[in-house]
Design a protein around this ligand. Structure first.
Ligand SMILES: Cc1cc2nc3c(=O)[nH]c(=O)nc-3n(C[C@H](O)[C@H](O)[C@H](O)COP(=O)(O)OP(=O)(O)OC[C@H]3O[C@@H](n4cnc5c(N)ncnc54)[C@H](O)[C@@H]3O)c2cc1C
Length: 648
C-alpha cells in the first residue's frame, strides 16, 4: 500500500509572481493593457494568479506569427518525385502524407517544395521568428495589468485539455482557489474538437480512452458539486469564441487552463488570452505537464540542450535545488451548494460518443477497454503496483519486451490522468535516498525515463519547427527517402519477414501500445532497412498509439532515424536479428504476436528462413524477409551521406 505525502505545492505564481520568471523585456505592437475593458476591482482579496508567464528575453514580432495566406499548389501523381524530400514542404501541411486524394480515378498525393520550411526552421534557430511560447508569454504580459485588476464574478472556469485528473492539477487548483475565495462556483469545461483529432492524428483508441476518462472525471467532479460541461466544436478556429460565449452564459469572469506546448495550441492560447481580455475576461495558462517547465534549463553557454545526458544532469540538479517542483497541489474544493440548482443543466451533460472517423469497432472497444482501464484512479493503482512490485528491478527488465517490467503508464501521462510530479515523487519515496540520481538503480533509471518525457517537451518548445515535419538538423532534410508503398504496407501489417519487427507491429495493432525497445527496433527498421521516410512511421504510430504524444513520438522517431535531437553525431543502424536475439532470447515475445511461428524451435525463431525453419514458416504463411539487412544498411549509409553532402 502506498502512502503519498500530499504536501500542498503552492504554485510560484501564487506564492511570489516575481520569483518565477525574469522581468519582461518585450517589444511588440499590440493593444496596450489599458485598452482592455476593466471589471470592478477585486473586493474579495483572492490571490492573483497573474504574472505567471510574464517576461521573456526574446524580441517578439507578432506579425510573423500570423498564418500566411494559403497558396494554391499543384498536386503530383502518387508516384513520388525522384527526390521527394527536395520537393516537400512539410511546413505547409501538418503532415506531408496526410492525404491521398482521388481525382478522376487517379490517386494523388500532395508533395510541397521543401526550401521554404528549411528557411523557416533556420529563422527559428536564429531567433528571427518568435517561438510560439514567446507569443503566449507576450499575450500574458500584455494583459497582466488587466488580469490583476479584474474581479471575479459569477463563476470561474477550468478548461480541461490533456490534464484529465482532479489530483495534482495546477490550473484546476488555481481555478478552485480563485472561485472559493470569491465565493463563486467552479465550472469544468472540456471541448471536443474533431479537427484537432484530425490534425493531431489522434488514434481512435486514444479518443476512446479520453472519452472513458471524461466519464470518471465527471463523476469525481460531481462529488464536489462541480459540473463538467462537454461540448463538441466542429471547427477548431471557433473554439475561442465558443468559450467566450459559454463564459457569457455562465456569467464567468475567469478561465484557467494548463499549457499545451504544441505550436497550434500555444498560438491558440495566445489569441484567446487577448480575446478574453478584449471582452473583459481573464485567461490564465499555467505550466503543469512537465516536472521542470520548458525553458528553465540552459547549458553553460546559455543555450538549450540538444543532448539528453547533460540536460538530465542539469534537470536533476534543478529539481534538487527546487524541491517545490515535486510538491503536489490539492484537489479542488467543494462548490457552494447553490451550484446544483443554479447550474442544474450543466450536471446533466452527457459524454458524447467519438466522431465517426475516430470510432472503434465493438470488438476493438471491448479489447481496449479491458487493456486500458481509464481515469486517474486506475493510473494511481497502476503506479502503486509498479512501485510495489517492479520498479526496483526496472533496470534489469525494462528492455525485455516479453517481461511486464515497465510501468505501462504512458497512456496516463499522455492523457494527463497522472502527473509527472506524482510519478517522480512516488518513485523517489520508494528509494532509500532522496537523491533522484542515487540509491536503487531501477528507481533512478525509471525517473530518468520519465525525465525523457520532459526533455522532448523542452525540445519542442525550443525548436518548434519539429512540429512541422522538419528534421531537427536541417542537413537531414535532403535525404532521398523511399516511398515504396509495398514495403510500407508490409511494415504496417507485420509482414516484413523479420519476426521481431512483425511482432512489434502486430503488438501495436493489438494493444495500441508497443514496448519501448520494439518501438526503437521498428523505427530503425523503417528508416534504415527500408529507407522509408521516417515521417510516415511517425504518423502511423500516432494514428494507432493509445499513448500517442507528439513530443515523445517525434523524439523517438527523430532519434531512431538519427535526424532528431541527441543521436548526432553518431549514426546507428540496428541489426534486427541481433536485437531480436539480445532482447527476446527465447522468442517468447515473437511467439506471442506472430502465431505462425509458434512451432518454430530454438534460435530459428529469430530468422526462420535463414536458420532451417523455412518449410514450417512457409507452410504457415509467414513471409520471407522483404530486404536483406547488409545490403539495406549500405544503401542507407550511402543515402544519408549523399543527403548530407548535397547541402541545402
Ligand atoms: C519511435 C518511438 C515512438 C514513441 N512514441 C511515444 C509516444 O507517442 N508517447 C509516449 O508516451 N512515448 C513514446 N515513446 C517513448 C516510449 O516508448 C514509451 O513512453 C514507453 O514505451 C511507454 O511505456 P511505459 O509507460 O511502460 O514506460 P516506462 O518504461 O515505464 O517509462 C515511464 C514513463 O517514462 C516516459 N518515457 C519512457 N521512455 C521514454 C522515451 N524514450 N521518450 C519519452 N518518454 C519516455 C513515458 O512517459 C513512460 O510512461 C516512443 C519511443 C519511440 C522509440
Amino acid at each position: 500500500m502506498l502512502f503519498i505525502l500530499r504536501t500542498c505545492r503552492f504554485p510560484p505564481s501564487l506564492a511570489s509572481p516575481s520569483s518565477r520568471l525574469p522581468a519582461a523585456k518585450l517589444t511588440f505592437t499590440t493593444m496596450p493593457a489599458s485598452r482592455y475593458p476593466k471589471r470592478k476591482p477585486s473586493l474579495n482579496g483572492a490571490p492573483s494568479v497573474n504574472g505567471t508567464l510574464k517576461g521573456t528575453d526574446g524580441v517578439v514580432k507578432p506579425h510573423l506569427d500570423q498564418p500566411r495566406p494559403e497558396k494554391k499548389r499543384k498536386t503530383t501523381l502518387a508516384n513520388p518525385p525522384s527526390n521527394p524530400s527536395l520537393s516537400l514542404d512539410p511546413l505547409r501541411e501538418p503532415h506531408p502524407f496526410h492525404q491521398d486524394v482521388e481525382d478522376h480515378g487517379i490517386v494523388l498525393r500532395k508533395y510541397y517544395p521543401h526550401e521554404m520550411s528549411t528557411a523557416r526552421a533556420r529563422a527559428y534557430n536564429i531567433n528571427e521568428l518568435p517561438r510560439p511560447i514567446e507569443v503566449l508569454k507576450a499575450a500574458q504580459a500584455d494583459t497582466a495589468e488587466h488580469r490583476a485588476d479584474t474581479a471575479v464574478s459569477g463563476a470561474v472556469v477550468h478548461w480541461f485539455k490533456m490534464d484529465l485528473r482532479t489530483t495534482d492539477n495546477t490550473a484546476l487548483f488555481c481555478a478552485s482557489q480563485k472561485a472559493r475565495a470569491a465565493g463563486v462556483p467552479l465550472i469544468a469545461l472540456y471541448i471536443i474538437s474533431p479537427q484537432d483529432f484530425e490534425a493531431h492524428l489522434t488514434a481512435p483508441v486514444r479518443v476512446d480512452f479520453m472519452l472513458r476518462t471524461l466519464e470518471v472525471l465527471k463523476q469525481d467532479l460531481a462529488k464536489l458539486d462541480i459540473p463538467l460541461w462537454i461540448e463538441t466544436v466542429e471547427k477548431r478556429k471557433e473554439i475561442p469564441q465558443r468559450i467566450v460565449e459559454l463564459m457569457g452564459e455562465w456569467g464567468a469572469s475567469h478561465l484557467f487552463a494548463n499549457m499545451e506546448y504544441e505550436v497550434d495550441e500555444l498560438r491558440r492560447d495566445a489569441r484567446m488570452t487577448r480575446l478574453l481580455a478584449e471582452k473583459g475576461l481573464v485567461m490564465d495558462v499555467l505550466h503543469d505537464t512537465c516536472v521542470v517547465p520548458p525553458g528553465r534549463l540552459t547549458s553553460g553557454s546559455g543555450g538549450q540542450y540538444a543532448v539528453y545526458t547533460p540536460w538530465f544532469r542539469t534537470w536533476v540538479r534543478h529539481v534538487h535545488d527546487n524541491l517545490d517542483l515535486l510538491e503536489l497541489v490539492e484537489s479542488p474544493t467543494r462548490n457552494p451548494e447553490s451550484t446544483r440548482s443554479n447550474f442544474a443543466h450543466l450536471f446533466e451533460c452527457p459524454i458524447p460518443s467519438a466522431p465517426e472517423n475516430k470510432s472503434l469497432s465493438k470488438e476493438d472497444q471491448e479489447r481496449f477497454r479491458a487493456l486500458w482501464p481509464a481515469g486517474e484512479h486506475e493510473a494511481m493503482k497502476r503506479l502503486d503496483k509498479f512501485a510495489d512490485e517492479a520498479i526496483g528491478k526496472y533496470q534489469q527488465n525494462r528492455n525485455i519486451p516479453s517481461n511486464p517490467g515497465t510501468s505501462n503508464l504512458s497512456v496516463h501521462f499522455a492523457s494527463g490522468t497522472l502527473s509527472a510530479r506524482t510519478a517522480v515523487r512516488t518513485a523517489r519515496g520508494r528509494n532509500h535516498t532522496k537523491k533522484l540520481d542515487g540509491g536503487n538503480e531501477g528507481i533512478q533509471t525509471w525517473i530518468s525515463e520519465v525525465a525523457w518525457r520532459d526533455f522532448y517537451k523542452h525540445v519542442l518548445v525550443q525548436w518548434p519547427y519539429i512540429c512541422m515535419n522538419k528534421p531537427f538538423k536541417p542537413e537531414y532534410s535532403n535525404i532521398e527517402w523511399s516511398y515504396d508503398m509495398e514495403h510500407f504496407d508490409a511494415w504496417k501489417e507485420g509482414r516484413t519477414g523479420f519476426p521481431i519487427v512483425d511482432a512489434a507491429m502486430r503488438q501495436l495493432r493489438g494493444m495500441g501500445w508497443v514496448h519501448n525497445r520494439c518501438r526503437m527496433i521498428v523505427a530503425s527498421f523503417l528508416c534504415k532497412d527500408l529507407l522509408l521516410d521516417w515521417r510516415m512511421g511517425e504518423k502511423y504510430f500516432m494514428e494507432h498509439l493509445v499513448d500517442g504524444d507528439f513530443a515523445s513520438n517525434n523524439g523517438g522517431w527523430g532519434f531512431s532515424a538519427s535526424v532528431g535531437v541527441d543521436p548526432q553525431p553518431y549514426f546507428r543502424i540496428f541489426n534486427p536479428l541481433l536485437q531480436s536475439e539480445k532482447f527476446d532470447p527465447d522468442g517468447e515475445y515473437i511467439r506471442k504476436w506472430v502465431p505462425e511461428l509458434k512451432e518454430v524451435k530454438g534460435k530459428a525463431i529469430h530468422d526462420p528462413y535463414g536458420r532451417g525453419a523455412a518449410a514450417l514458416a512457409s507452410k504457415t504463411g509467414y513471409p520471407k524477409p522483404i530486404v536483406e539487412h547488409k545490403g539495406a544498411r549500405e544503401r542507407t549509409l550511402a543515402a544519408y551521406k549523399r543527403g548530407i553532402d548535397s547541402g541545402l
